[in-house]
Design a protein. Structure first.
Ligand code: MOS
Length: 737
């Protein structure tokens, strides 16, 4: 057999393009005669536009058009989401202002400079109304989100929580809150829209889902889906914010149609805080109760998250509480309140990241009530089967994550009492938490093709949002085809390629990888068939089982001197190429299993007792996520998730002015994210795990699990260091003084 490429820490196949600046991100695609568009955002959060003066803007040299609600074409589908990832968009359809920064005009000019200058000259007059952005003011009007098809229901209830609570030995009742957080990928959202005539549209877009975008845009503009082509060769991070088509994509298309030109629209860093989603604020009430030996008897997790007045997104924070521990009595709920803000959306581990902060903090609090080690408490309540779905796990190697992580970290050196460990003047704290994330799979297609020169081309629509999709698909394809990675060219990011799902929910490796593997294997099978049954050749007459594929050469297993190259097989049979397209569905065995990745974080913090400064000094995180396809790109995903977790715990917080509901932290100076100096070396343990059920490639997905539990592990370490329990993220200095 060819030495396997899957699992190896192969460098990114697109790495050279990226470090030399020659990878073309959406805004960099060279399109002839392109005009530049700039969005003018509202400066109130609620009310009506009473006048718009665009005269001065129109007189700026080079300005091609100024679109406003007074002259923009109607887009009937703008407020009609049909898919889970669809959002209600604000595309100059009326005079209403629903949130700060909402698009109210679009200036199109020959250069970005002219467009930006002209945009600054658009003058809006408003009739402003009082805008509310504080959750506590609206909490009385909380409502249950509608159950979404294929998603867990908003509420759950098993056992009898009240009866169980009556018998509990130890009990924690606490309210935890997480703030609004904005995605800040390096690459801002960008689109180049090119209408050809009235009914053909090409979009170069920074998106996590080219096919979802095509569906949404073709419906909204009443175009045939096959007449809309979405191209997205490189995406500089998405984290959920690029999973939906937001207002700017529609606006770029509207501008292209109105002006007859290609229109480029790259939003600004400030606009990243306006109309492309964010992680909503949550208020989470948790009750956790145990018997004297630490056996959990009851868990209750009631979540309220904020959404906009006009659209609905619920952060599913309590889902993790349903399945993480073996507890017979569990009750959870999700509620929403409406505020005068933009609509939130998926943000790295939506639900799990925020919900695990509450659950894993509460368990830590319970461990102190029980005088029990926090890790021992988790082990005591280890769920051998999924207590929510009542199914066996397809695989679960969490126990090894706990033990290997704890050993590497030196968890046994932890002194149980808070404020009992020091390093000079610094208070030292150890904290831990469990991580988990669902392992999803959606239908996906892929095409593999071996050409007469012996090279292969493999195609799947998909997109690489920075995770390493190009690289791992090349590895999977090479192994499946029996070729070396150097001879395999994998391409993605084009709706003319086979259809694939959104790169969200950590499902790309699982979904697209399975299709790529099966397409590659189908081509290999065809080649072997031709070699043994086709015209002549050294392997002719053998059975297919007697033949191996090795670096593009078919070899007899019995007599390794007998071989036949792919080129030779194709040439002899008069073929230019062999190709197979596979439409892969969810693996059948998934139905009977619960599919999740697991992990455990062990984190050390040092806290300055005088100033409240928290430094994360050590991180050891162990993950069991099925087959690791590439140890280098997987490690990057885990690390990236954990860095986000540091941000959630200590830094990130979108602040609004309560008087106006306007965002005041609109750039990376005011919106703090962890920088290098905040991030210690991380020790990532990848625990071996074989999963025959989760999908064709046995990989569970690693994009989101890294962040899950980090907020709690840090908060728990801060408590251990200081004796101060912070239940409201981020843990800023003021909360420790
Ligand atoms: Mo992820 S938040 O599902 O892109």
């Amino acid at each position: 057999m060819t030495a396997s490429s899957v699992g190896k820490p192969l460098d990114r196949v697109d790495g050279r393009l990226k470090v030399t600046g020659t990878a073309t991100f959406s805004a960099e695609v060279a399109v002839a005669n392109v005009a530049h568009a700039v969005i003018v955002g509202a400066t109130i959060s609620k009310g009506k536009i009473t006048a718009l003066d665009v005269g001065e803007a129109q007189r700026v040299p080079g300005v091609v058009a100024v679109l406003t609600h007074l002259n923009a074409a109607k887009v009937p589908g703008a407020d009609k989401p049909t898919e889970m990832t669809d959002k209600v968009v604000q595309v100059l359809q009326n005079d209403a202002v629903l949130y700060d920064g909402q698009p109210i005009a679009l200036v199109v000019a020959d250069t970005l400079e002219h467009a930006s200058h002209a945009a600054s000259l658009v003058k809006a007059t408003y009739a402003a109304e009082a805008a509310i952005c504080e959750m506590d003011k609206e909490i009385g009007a909380g409502f249950a989100p509608k159950a979404a098809p294929g998603r867990p229901p908003p509420d759950s209830n098993r056992g009898d929580i009240d009866a169980a609570l009556a018998t509990a030995f130890a009990r924690v009742d606490a309210t935890y809150t997480t703030p609004c957080e904005n995605h800040n990928p390096l690459e801002m959202h960008a689109t180049i829209a090119v209408f050809q005539g009235e009914d053909h549209l090409t979009l170069y877009d920074a998106t996590q889902g080219i096919f979802g975008l095509r569906k949404r845009i073709s419906k909204a503009f009443d175009l045939k889906p096959e007449n809309v082509r979405v191209i997205s060769h490189f995406v500089g991070g998405g984290f959920g914010s690029k999973g939906s088509a937001w207002s700017h994509v529609f606006l770029a298309a509207m501008a292209s149609r109105a002006t007859g030109r290609a229109v480029k629209l790259s939003i600004t860093r400030q606009q990243m805080f306006a109309f492309v989603g964010y992680r909503p604020q949550t208020i989470q009430q948790v009750t956790a109760a145990a018997s004297k030996d630490g056996t959990l008897v009851a868990l209750r997790h009631e979540v309220t998250s904020a959404t906009s007045r006009f659209d609905t997104f619920a952060e599913p924070s309590a889902n993790v509480t349903r399945m993480l521990y073996a507890c017979p009595n569990v009750k959870t709920s999700h509620r929403l309140v409406r505020l005068d803000v933009a609509t939130p959306t998926f943000t790295r581990a939506p639900g799990e990241a925020s919900g695990s902060f509450a659950l894993e903090s509460a368990l830590d609090e319970l461990s102190y009530s029980l005088k029990m080690d926090p890790l021992a408490l988790r082990l005591k309540n280890y769920a051998e089967t999924d207590p929510d779905e009542k199914k066996p796990f397809s695989s679960k190697t969490l126990r090894d994550c706990y033990t290997q992580g704890a050993a590497k970290f030196g968890w046994s050196k932890r002194k149980p009492e808070p404020r009992s460990m020091r390093d000079g003047n610094w208070l030292v704290g150890f904290g831990m938490a469990t991580a988990t994330y669902p392992s999803r799979q959606s239908a996906a297609s892929a095409l593999a093709r071996v050409k007469k020169d012996g090279s292969a081309q493999v195609l799947a629509g998909s997109q690489d949002i920075g995770t390493g999709t190009y690289t791992i698909m090349t590895q999977i394809a090479a192994d499946a085809l029996g070729m070396s990675v150097e001879r395999v060219h994998f391409d993605l990011g084009d709706t003319t390629f086979p259809e694939t799902p959104v790169s969200g929910g950590s499902q790309t490796a699982s979904s697209v990888g399975s299709a790529v593997k099966r397409a590659g294997m189908a081509v290999r099978t065809k080649l072997i068939d031709l070699a043994v049954k086709g015209k002549g050749g050294p392997l002719n007459g053998m059975s297919a089982e007697q033949v191996d594929a090795e670096a593009g050469v078919l070899v007899s297993k019995q007599d390794r001197t007998k071989s036949d190259s792919y080129e030779a097989v194709l040439a002899r049979n008069g073929l230019d190429q062999i190709e197979e397209k596979i439409d892969e569905k969810e693996k059948a065995e998934r139905k009977d299993h619960s599919t999740h990745a697991f992990g455990a974080h062990f984190i050390e913090v040092k806290v300055d007792p005088d100033f409240g400064e928290v430094r994360v000094s050590r991180v050891v995180s162990a993950f069991a996520a099925g087959k690791i396809l590439n140890r280098k790109t997987a490690r990057s995903q885990f690390i990236g998730g954990i860095v986000w977790g540091l941000g959630l715990a200590l830094h990130e917080h979108t602040e609004r002015d309560p008087r106006t509901s306007r965002v005041v932290t609109k750039d990376l100076a005011d919106y703090h994210v962890p920088v290098h100096a905040d991030v210690p070396d991380m020790d990532i343990v990848m625990v071996d795990e074989v999963d025959p059920y989760v999908n064709e490639i046995g990989a569970k997905g690693v994009g989101e699990i890294g962040i899950v539990g980090v907020g709690a592990a840090i908060a728990n370490a801060v408590y251990h260091a200081t004796g101060k329990r912070v239940r409201s993220l981020p843990i800023t200095l003021d909360k420790l003084l």
